[in-house]
Design a binder for this molecule. Structure first.
Ligand SMILES: Cc1cc2nc3c(=O)[nH]c(=O)nc-3n(C[C@H](O)[C@H](O)[C@H](O)COP(=O)(O)OP(=O)(O)OC[C@H]3O[C@@H](n4cnc5c(N)ncnc54)[C@H](O)[C@@H]3O)c2cc1C
Length: 504
């Protein structure tokens, strides 16, 4: 191949992809709040750690302590229902910064925690408890594309929107979630389902290699099927559960279709039961170019209480034929198709506004829900004081189910989908929030016991979930514990829901 041709094919797109970082403010990815209380550092219970400043004095990146003007901005994460106060936030810029930070954490007995996009449902980006050392990887934001292998080495500090934008410039995408602000580090390592999930699988299914700094400060690269294959197994599904600080992931990339079609199909309250049953019936046979989710809302302020929002990777005519059977059988009250481009879909996603919320998750067996289950769920959503909504990520596809559950720590394979029951709490007083969450958790326990599978999705993490190790990781728990013992024997990276070094 002539050299110039090579330049245009391989190197020019790479240069374009690395130019113009989108980041404007390194401290506060959540510029606005709704319903969040002012943050107040609990000086009375959390004293500064002696020698911490000195220990971190040679860090190249920015180091923010309580009392610094940037401190409160540096701890703003997506959910403000609870707030946790780290003793330091370190914006690491190099592997050596991470190694020095971990050395200080070991020496001064502080729990370090990785933070990428700060979108953990339970604020685990800030440790999920007071007094941790946050190692923020947002400066690990490289995206290097290899067109020959159709992969990209992506820094875990990138947010999904940045990745979609940069890859789209050279005609590619990754298979990942729909919220553009979510960080790659937490998302890809716990699953990652979105607009192309039924066609290309979860983000964790697309990891071919990774790099990580472990609890003793060792930088391990590569982590893949042949090198550190045990860790490679663990980080694809449990990588955000305390194995170390993952600095980059090499992901498979896929060509962007020139035209994609958005589909919205909606139902009136009296159609919900039938619609659910039809979805379960046809889901597995839906063309895999189609990915999306359903949402069920309260009838109090919605004409259509149940909607399917999907994307078809192709033109409208094909999209129509993909959902023909679904439409004929379920007779929706509203149908809309619109041809657009991948980038327009990415750009139409709103930035997430920091707010208080509580979410629980449930995996649904291939048969879907019984009529009784649907009635119980509709009744709960219609009658709870706090606004609640159920979202269903439609997994049913051969691409997801034919991957062996033994190939990685991600076990949710042969299912209809994942339901997230979401309570948005921004309009309620703290007391009402507590009451609503209590009812939600009580409902969850009964609903999961009776109507769904036993399992839950770890990227929709829920600190109140009982038997969470099994519900997230199923039969892999003993293996994950063994791997944890090998790479973090002293349980340095620990949180309420990190993989432990022994069975609880
Ligand atoms: C508004 C919103 C929309 C969402 N949409 C989707 C969706 O469409 N599909 C989907 O599947 N999920 C979705 N999620 C869930 C999301 O995937 C998880 O919350 C994910 O863990 C967030 O990752 P993060 O890096 O942004 O969060 P963080 O809070 O930074 O991290 C989450 C967890 O991952 C760990 N972690 C972060 N970075 C690293 C790293 N570099 N190395 C090791 N561990 C790390 C943290 O310690 C923490 O435990 C959404 C969440 C929100 C809030």
């Amino acid at each position: 191949m002539p050299l110039l041709h090579k330049f245009f094919l391989y190197f020019l797109p790479l240069l374009i992809a690395q130019a113009t970082p989108l980041k404007t403010n390194p401290f506060n990815p959540f510029p606005s709040d709704i319903g969040c209380e002012n943050l107040q550092y609990p000086y009375e219970i959390l004293a500064p750690v002696p020698y911490l400043k000195e220990c971190l004095s040679t860090i190249n990146g920015l180091v923010v302590f309580p009392g610094d003007p940037n401190y409160y901005n540096s701890i703003k994460v997506a959910n403000c229902r609870n707030s946790y106060f780290p003793v330091v936030v370190i914006y690491v810029t190099t592997i050596s910064d991470i190694q020095k930070s971990i050395h200080c954490a070991n020496t001064l007995n502080i729990t370090p925690t990785a933070r990428s996009g700060g979108h953990s449902f339970e604020e685990y980006g800030n440790g999920g408890k007071n007094g941790v050392m946050v190692i923020d990887v947002q400066e690990f934001n490289q995206i290097n594309i290899n067109f020959e292998t159709k992969t990209a080495v992506i820094g875990t500090g990138n947010r999904l929107g940045e990745i979609y934008h940069k890859l789209n410039k050279v005609g590619y995408l990754i298979s990942a979630g729909e919220c553009i602000n979510v960080g790659l580090g937490g998302h890809a390592t716990g699953g990652g389902f979105g607009w192309t999930g039924r066609k290309y699988g979860l983000t964790s299914d697309n990891i071919v290699s990774a790099e990580m700094v472990t609890a003793n400060g060792t930088f391990i690269s590569p982590i893949n099927l042949t090198h550190h294959s045990d860790l490679f197994f663990a980080i694809r599904g449990a990588g955000n559960a305390g194995y170390g600080i993952i600095t980059s992931l090499t992901l498979k990339i896929y060509p962007v279709q020139p035209i994609v079609t958005t589909i919205k199909i909606s139902y009136l309250p009296e159609q919900v039961e039938l619609a659910f049953i039809i979805f379960a019936k046809v889901a597995k046979n839906l063309n895999e170019n189609l990915s999306g989710n359903m949402n069920l809302q309260s009838k109090s302020n919605n004409t259509y209480t149940f909607s399917f929002n999907a994307i078809y990777l192709g033109i409208e005519e094909e999209a129509r034929s993909a959902v023909k059977e679904l439409i004929e059988l379920s007779k929706p009250a509203y149908i809309k198709f619109e041809e657009t481009t991948w980038l327009r879909i990415v750009d139409s996603q709103p930035s997430f506004v920091r707010q208080p919320f509580k979410i629980t998750s449930y995996t649904i067996p291939p048969s879907g829900f019984s009529q009784e289950a649907i009635r119980v769920l509709v009744n709960f959503i219609d009658n709870l004081e706090c606004e609640s909504i159920a979202l269903f990520d439609l997994y049913a596809s051969d691409v997801i189910s034919r991957i062996s559950i033994n190939s990685s720590a991600f076990i949710h394979r042969n299912i209809f989908g994942v339901m997230e029951l979401e309570q948005q709490l921004k309009d309620y007083s703290k007391d009402d929030q507590i009451k609503c969450v209590k009812k939600h958790l009580q409902f969850r326990q009964e609903f999961q016991a009776k109507y769904t599978s036993y399992f839950s999705y770890q990227d929709y993490i829920d600190r109140d979930l009982s038997d969470w190790l099994t519900r997230y990781y199923g039969p892999h728990v003993p293996r994950l514990i063994e791997i944890k013992k090998k790479y973090d024997p002293n349980n340095l990276f620990n949180s309420k829901q990190s993989i432990p070094t022994k069975l609880p």
